[in-house]
Design a protein around this ligand. Sequence first.
Ligand SMILES: CC(C)(COP(=O)(O)OP(=O)(O)OC[C@H]1O[C@@H](n2cnc3c(N)ncnc32)[C@H](O)[C@@H]1OP(=O)(O)O)[C@@H](O)C(=O)NCCC(=O)NCCS
Length: 185
Amino acid sequence: MEPEPLLHTARTCIRLAGVADAPKLWRYRVENRAHLAPWEPLRDEAFYTVEHAAKTIADGAEAARQDRGYPCLVLDRDETTILATFTLANVVRGPLQACHLGYGVAAQAQGQGLMYEALQAGLAWAFGELGLHRVMANHLPRNERSARLLARLGFEREGYAKRYLQIAGVWEDHVLTALIRPEAL
Ligand SMILES: CC(C)(COP(=O)(O)OP(=O)(O)OC[C@H]1O[C@@H](n2cnc3c(N)ncnc32)[C@H](O)[C@@H]1OP(=O)(O)O)[C@@H](O)C(=O)NCCC(=O)NCCS
């Protein structure tokens, strides 16, 4: 069974992944390997198997059940193809109420405003239903597309962390940004 959609936007359906999505996630990873690899941690060959996709989905469902993280699929309205993914990760409750945001769009779906459309809805959900107060997103200084997307969503630069994350095998500096829950909510 696939989970119920969390959100609909004009062009997408956003939901957590279910076991039946493993072949779709596998295809997304294989088709977008060269597109995503420069911006992600090193992956071994096992990552590009349907078994690994199934394990990721099971781990993600458990994370969501425990309110630790919410890995979301952004599908077309028919729910046949994964257009993008985003994750609200490292959820911290208590007086912080924060998480880290990670995202990526399929090479074929890039440059159409789809990531923006999905994240606008995803962030409203994070600040609304999930009750979060702060969403943090960090990007490589040279990732101009990501910087533009975050600025359009209202994220503000908060700092610069040296050798912050290991991306494609290299400890890379990152620009730190965050979006705070709007006062009106
Ligand atoms: C970062 C990433 C998600 C940005 O994707 P994107 O498609 O550029 O982002 P958006 O959804 O905001 O789309 C904006 C683009 O769509 C265009 N666009 C077309 N139709 C549009 C519409 N209806 N609405 C808004 N924008 C539209 C905009 O002009 C803009 O293109 P431009 O930057 O060439 O001017 C994507 O480049 C990616 O997946 N990169 C690899 C993974 C990655 O870097 N992840 C983030 C790590 S920090």
